[in-house]
Design a binder for this molecule. Structure first.
Ligand SMILES: Cc1cc2nc3c(=O)[nH]c(=O)nc-3n(C[C@H](O)[C@H](O)[C@H](O)COP(=O)(O)O)c2cc1C
Length: 389
């Protein structure tokens, strides 16, 4: 049976009217960032919220959604709505996944464990970042029988890379997301001005410090000498030498579907098809890498038109509300990944905060679809929208 996401709205009203209870965290998804800013320290906030350079691309990502408007249709039965889908063999109640996000302990002490538990409770797919504050195995345990994919930052050390892939497979991660847009960190003034990079103090490198290949190369254990572990990480992380011809190496060590994250051009999307890749994430890393880069939503329709029938297209960068999800699906995404909004939920309320944000977003998506006269988000196409510029 399809999940009725809008029940979350009714529940809030019932709690308010009969029990005098209001939500602990706002339902106004656009104000989550300012609410999170009230509880986070300057360094944590500086890592999570700002983007590369002037922040223009991050702002453009959000602004791009403003230029598309839904044209609601009337008198069309939408009493029963079903948004479920199957993405590369993974079934989901709605076309919504958790973006891979590193260093989640900056938002909340439970970090990735809270998010992985929330994902399992909601039946949504969790994508575990290579830059996490909890290891592949710890997160798998927290996620239990939930659906989980692994995101790879492809290190320069082949043996370490193979070890990450083998551990992910053994811990039940079914799909591999390779992030291509961060072979080097972007220019991030908010962190630079504070001289702040958590990884160098061994925060956000739990997958490395729990890895037998990585630790074998250290003179002292990461607990004894966290700074040396941080420096060793800095030695294997930047990998600007990566190119398409190295993909067979990953194929040799990963049996499941491969998804390339960070695609922003039709040319690269076509190359992904030529290399037999199963999926892409149209993403610019939330504007954290190339300042001045095109808004991710602005390239989505072109990529979808060119290769949408040849591979699976996921989308992220700039999704803030349920109606944003609807627009991205209408413009050709098979599913979308949510990033900063759930981090703000994590900051504001741990696992419960993540669940609240995702339930609010899904309820708003469901109500937007129904009130626009559709029975599934998947029914909307580009012709369901108009450009407003
Ligand atoms: C604090 C933070 C950490 C991130 N860490 C990773 C990461 O480890 N791996 C990755 O592929 N993407 C990472 N991303 C990018 C997200 O996966 C996603 O592309 C981005 O958040 C989408 O933009 P939005 O949050 O503005 O919608 C990170 C994003 C943020 C905000």
């Amino acid at each position: 049976m399809a999940e009725n996401f809008s029940d979350y709205q009714i529940g809030i009203y019932i709690n308010g009217m009969f029990l005098g209870q209001t939500p602990d965290i706002t339902t106004d998804l656009l104000s989550l960032e300012s609410k999170a800013a009230e509880v986070l320290g300057a360094e944590e906030l500086g890592y999570i919220v700002p983007s590369a350079g002037s922040g223009r691309t991050a702002r453009a990502n959000v602004a791009a959604f403003e230029r598309w408007r839904i044209v609601p249709r009337m008198f069309r039965d939408h009493a029963v709505r079903d948004h479920s889908t199957t993405i590369l063999g993974t079934t989901m109640p709605a076309p919504v996944l958790f973006c891979p996000v590193g260093v989640q302990q900056l938002a909340h002490p439970d970090g990735e464990l809270a998010t992985a538990r929330a994902a399992q409770a909601l039946g949504l797919t969790f994508v575990h970042s290579t830059q996490a504050t909890r290891s592949i195995e710890e997160v798998a345990e927290a996620n239990g029988d939930g659906s989980r994919w692994y995101q790879l930052y492809w290190p320069t050390d082949d043996e370490l890379c193979i070890s990450f892939l083998e551990r992910a497979k053994a811990a039940g991660y079914t799909h591999l997301v390779i992030t291509l847009d961060t072979t080097m960190l972007g220019w991030r003034p908010a962190d630079l001005d504070r001289g702040y990079l958590p990884f160098l103090q061994s925060v956000g490198i739990a997958n490395y410090t729990s890895d037998p290949v990585f630790t074998r190369r250290l003179e002292k254990s990461p607990e004894e000498d966290p700074a040396a572990a941080g420096i060793a990480f800095a030695g294997v992380f930047p990998n600007p030498g990566l190119s398409w011809d190295q993909l067979p190496f990953i194929r040799d060590h990963w049996d499941g579907p491969i998804i390339l994250k960070g695609i922003q051009s039709v040319e690269d999307a076509r190359l992904a098809v030529e290399h037999g890749i199963e999926g892409i994430v149209v993403s610019n890393h939330g504007g954290r890498q190339v300042d001045g880069a095109v808004a991710s939503l602005d390239v989505l329709p072109h990529i979808a038109e060119a290769v949408g029938d040849q591979l699976t297209i996921l989308f992220d960068s700039g999704i803030r509300t349920g109606s944003d999800v609807v627009k991205a699906i209408a413009l050709g995404a098979d599913a979308v990944c949510i990033g900063r909004p759930y981090l703000y939920g994590l900051a504001l309320g741990g696992q419960a905060g993540v669940e609240h944000v995702m339930k609010s977003l899904l309820a708003e998506m469901d109500l937007t679809v129904g009130n626009s006269g559709y029975s599934s988000v998947h029914e909307l196409t580009r012709s369901s929208l108009v450009r407003a510029d």
